[in-house]
Design a protein around this ligand. Structure first.
Ligand code: AMP
Length: 583
């Protein structure tokens, strides 16, 4: 039987899993199931993926790409060495590494996969994910939503009818889904959330508190001091995490600023109660989404059999307490939250292989799809009124046909703009694409039937038929996000193949001394040593600091290459400063 693997293609980490002896297992290499979602070029120009790329990110940021998932579905490109790449191409490298890993562990070719995406991923992001698979030589037979996969991981072995709520609160996003599982049929009843709510917001609340403490208690302003702000940000996240396990957290930051020529120190204790008061409003917002999901699913809280927690921020005790108070039962977080999505993807992959006869996954669209039309918005006439065609929470696949009439004799074309979202003003939603249909010349009032289909993966297709002639019209599509042509995908495939170092390369040995490259490049000893020190700090540094360190490292390398000793002084001093704070 041809294998189908399950893949969690994550922002930070990715995993591949497969059903072995009826159990979904994350496939490991060197005892590790997690592949960092990092792609790099080695000094010879070959591709490296995973830990090797993550480790070299510190010495060669210009040859390394991180967090590409955030750019999926956009036309942005990222530079990797001398060339620019589309997000799908970078993701394809990660997928190819996972494919190679699976082939190595299973000892046979792997050409098919189920890949997970966040429930809130748009049409363009889903398309880009599928393209990434094609470029990597994987037929993406199904895209499923991450919360659905998490539900499968927890519930697929159980019998009876179960209604499960998946509460997923990460660093920057919040998702809640309700799933019904009955005789192997997994049916998503509702899915909603907030793309801009997560642990980063909680950190910001603590930072604001600390800034205020500096202003009123210490009489200093730190907001313009990037290094001080970076330290507060780190301290805030550390305190937040500490408060998940302890009732108090003390923040001690020496030399946070200067007053009257003397250094001042910040010392502040925050209690769990203080922290909970700070995030109370945000947590209430998540409960509003939970209530929305319950109402969409037409269920009472008492009808939910189990609550599953996914995402790092659900480790905050107030989250469990809030859900326990609402549902009268404690939530579960039994399966490793880093692996449970990949496990669920593998279970779905097993179902696609026919390993389970009854396994069916009925997913929904978390968004409404529609067009713009003339109508009234806020009392004024507009051409941008959003007209829903496929409503959110509709089961997939789904199809809807609408009739349109031409307005003038011999009208040559019709243009349809399709949006995704919930706002009454179409322009506040996400434009998926503009579809142009060339018509047969006919009198005004001729009817055109427009069919919208959302497939199992949540991807939209549009087809038009002239009612009178029965002629199908293919649309010329101008996508907000330009999909690659078959030829472009083939070119990307060739490019990937030409850069690939062979199946073992991505998981090959990792350089254990990050500065080897610099030393080998013949940099002066003190410069190479500073770069090595900076490289060692990069993995734990906050994202903003990392960017600054990377920039300074690049400046130093450029100055060193140009043998410009004067140009070296400033960036080396700036880098020393940052390292001092970090150390
Ligand atoms: P994720 O995107 O699921 O990896 O979640 C990342 C978020 O979880 C970040 O904001 C972290 O600060 C937060 N986080 C991780 N561990 C904890 C913890 N023990 N308590 C509170 N927040 C945490």
């Amino acid at each position: 039987m041809e294998p189908i693997v399950g893949i969690d293609l994550g922002t930070t980490n990715s995993e591949v899993a497969y059903i072995i002896d009826k159990q979904a297992e994350v496939l490991k290499d060197h005892d590790d199931g997690i592949v960092p979602s990092c792609v790099g070029l080695d000094p010879e120009g070959g591709i490296i993926v995973g830990s090797a790329a993550k480790n070299q990110a510190v010495v060669a940021p210009e040859r390394t790409v991180l967090s590409i998932k955030r750019r999926m579905g956009t036309d942005e490109t990222v530079d990797l060495g001398p060339d620019a790449y589309r997000p799908q191409e970078i993701s394809a490298f990660i997928l190819k590494a996972l494919k190679s890993r699976a082939e190595k562990v299973l000892g046979r070719p792997v050409a098919k996969a189920v890949i997970t995406v966040p429930a809130y991923f748009t049409d363009a992001q889903r398309h880009a994910t599928r393209e990434a698979g094609t470029i990597a030589g994987l037929d993406v037979i199904r895209i499923i939503n991450e919360p659905t996969a998490a539900a499968l991981a927890y519930e697929s072995q159980r019998s009876g009818t179960r209604r499960v709520l998946i509460y997923d609160l990460g660093g920057g996003t919040f998702d809640v889904s309700i799933v019904k599982i009955e005789a192997g049929v997994v049916e998503v009843l509702a899915s909603t959330g907030d793309n801009h709510l997560g642990g980063d917001d909680f950190d910001r609340k603590i930072i604001d508190l600390l800034v205020e403490q500096c202003r009123t208690g210490l009489k200093i302003s730190v907001t313009d001091d990037r290094a001080a702000m970076a330290r507060l940000r780190r301290a805030a996240e550390a305190a937040k995490i500490q408060l998940s396990a302890a009732p108090f957290a003390r923040i001690e930051e020496d030399h946070i600023g200067m007053r009257d020529g003397s250094p001042v120190h910040l010392s502040h204790e925050i209690s769990r109660g203080d922290f909970e008061a700070l995030i109370d409003h945000d947590l209430s917002r998540t409960m509003a989404s939970v209530n929305q999901a319950l109402s969409d699913a037409d269920l009472l809280a008492s009808q939910i059999d189990r609550i599953i927690l996914v995402g790092g921020s659900t480790r905050i005790p107030a989250v469990s307490e809030m859900l326990a108070a609402k549902f009268g039962k404690l939530p579960h977080s039994g399966i490793d939250p880093d692996l449970c999505v990949a496990v669920g993807a593998a279970i779905q992959a097993g179902r696609e292989m026919g390993l389970e006869e009854t396994g069916v996954l009925l997913d929904i669209t978390p968004y409404t799809f529609g067009t713009a039309a003339i109508g009234e918005l806020d009392g004024a006439l507009t051409v941008d009124m959003f007209v829903p065609i496929i409503h959110r929470n509709t089961k997939l696949p789904t199809s809807r046909t609408e009739a349109f009439s031409t307005v003038s004799d011999n009208q040559q074309r019709v243009q349809i703009k399709v949006y995704q979202g919930e706002n009454p003003n179409a322009l506040d939603n996400v434009l998926i694409g503009t579809y142009m249909f060339d018509l047969t010349l006919a009198p005004a009032g001729s009817v055109l039937l427009l069919n919208y289909t959302l497939d199992l993966n949540g991807i939209l297709k549009l087809e038009a038929v002239e009612k009178k002639t029965g002629r199908k019209i293919n649309a010329v599509i101008e996508n907000a996000f330009s999909r690659q042509s078959k030829e472009a995908i083939a070119a990307s495939q060739d490019r990937l193949e030409s850069l690939w170092n062979g199946p073992d390369a991505p998981s090959g040995p990792v350089a254990d001394h990050p500065a080897q490259g610099d030393a080998a490049d013949g940099l002066p000893h003190d410069v190479a040593a500073l770069l090595a020190r900076a490289a060692g700090k990069m993995p734990d540094a906050h994202e903003e600091d990392r960017a600054e360190i990377a920039q300074l490292m690049a400046d130093i390398r450029a100055a060193a290459k140009g043998k410009d000793a004067d140009a070296l002084t400033a960036p080396m001093a700036a880098l020393e400063d940052i390292l001092f704070y970090l150390e």
